[in-house]
Design a protein around this ligand. Structure first.
Ligand SMILES: Nc1ncnc2c1ncn2[C@@H]1O[C@H](COP(=O)(O)OP(=O)(O)OP(=O)(O)O)[C@@H](O)[C@H]1O
Length: 299
């Protein structure tokens, strides 16, 4: 049984197709990222899959159960990151998460462990409205996880986190996934999707354009690699004359050689004793987005 399946899932607002006939399958234990620019439809898609919004048409199942009409049997099995604005007012961080734990008959000790895991132990006595944006975000994630759900949905979980907290959350989510949980997150950040996800769903204007592993998406591009040789080592014409090089350009960071045969060019550079400081850059998910949409990706 799959963790998630959607068939032609659609949400329209007037003439706007916010989510346009999205069909996808997510296997149990997968880590999936939904990636796309502002307004692509990521949140709306997730909210329909979570059973929070009624689709205009199409259907979704989670763990084999239809999500709409709202399915109470699913609630203990899924974790949904709250918007910080939906906290219980005037509670401290500890009271907040203990309340969530109690709703699912989980002991207070587990709630306190979760505060520790998201780095909020020392803020446990602070009222939720006095937490910083990043702290509130981490608390909302802990509240989504405290009942140990099988499928976890997170909407831009790292949006207001500093780099260290972002890394910590990556580790936490990877750990959850390694222990068998299915994780679905939305993100604007290509690097985040590349680092964490088994597969990435690329959305734009409500449509699901592609869904595959980051490596397969990049491989499918047929984009050339860029090999940068340290400055002053080789000029443009000598670079262009190398076997396998399609183009060369001198930049501040060095001479950039464009090639579809990076292995051949690197071995030629080795023969010329020019390997010191060489950097090889293959395609990225940004190139995939550009190829799919004809537009540069702007997070
Ligand atoms: N309740 C609503 N009424 C009308 N339009 C809406 C509503 N909710 C969302 N939209 C529109 O649907 C589109 C998709 O919005 P959505 O929030 O799903 O995008 P997103 O990819 O999550 O964007 P972001 O990255 O900015 O969060 C947007 O054009 C948005 O303005």
């Amino acid at each position: 049984m799959g963790a998630i399946e959607t068939v032609d899932l659609t949400m329209t607002y007037g003439t706007l197709r916010a989510v346009d006939a999205v069909s996808m399958q997510v296997a149990e234990g997968e880590f999936v990222g939904v990636l796309g620019p502002n307004g692509a439809g990521k949140t709306t898609l997730l909210e329909m899959v979570e059973g929070l919004r009624r689709p205009t048409s199409g259907s979704a199942t989670v763990l084999g159960e239809p999500v709409w009409p709202r399915n109470a049997a699913l609630l203990p099995r899924i974790g949904v990151q709250l918007q910080a604005s939906s906290f219980f007012e005037r509670l401290t961080a500890r009271e907040q998460i203990r309340t969530f734990a109690a709703l699912y008959s989980r002991p207070a000790r587990e709630a306190d462990d979760w505060l520790e895991r998201v780095g909020l132990a020392e803020k446990s006595g602070t009222r939720v409205e006095d937490l910083s944006g990043g702290q509130a975000q981490r608390l909302s994630i802990a509240c989504a996880l405290v009942h140990d759900p099988d499928v976890v949905f997170l909407d831009e979980p790292t949006a207001s986190l500093d780099p260290q907290a972002r890394r910590n959350l990556w580790d936490l989510l990877s750990g959850l996934n390694e222990s068998g949980r299915t994780v679905v997150l939305t993100t604007h950040h290509m690097d985040e999707a590349e680092a964490l996800c088994d597969r990435v769903a690329i959305m734009d204007h409500g449509r699901l354009l592609e869904m595959d592993s980051p490596a397969a998406l990049v491989r499918g591009l047929d984009a050339p690699a860029r090999i940068t040789v340290a400055p002053g080592q080789i000029d443009r014409s000598a670079g262009r004359a190398l076997d396998g090089v399609e183009d060369a350009e001198v930049r501040v960071e060095g001479t950039v050689l464009v090639t579809r045969e990076p292995a051949r060019v690197v071995s030629r550079l080795a023969e010329l004793d020019l390997l010191d400081g060489v950097q090889v850059q293959t395609g990225t998910l940004e190139d995939v987005f550009l190829t799919l949409t004809g537009r540069e990706y702007r997070a």
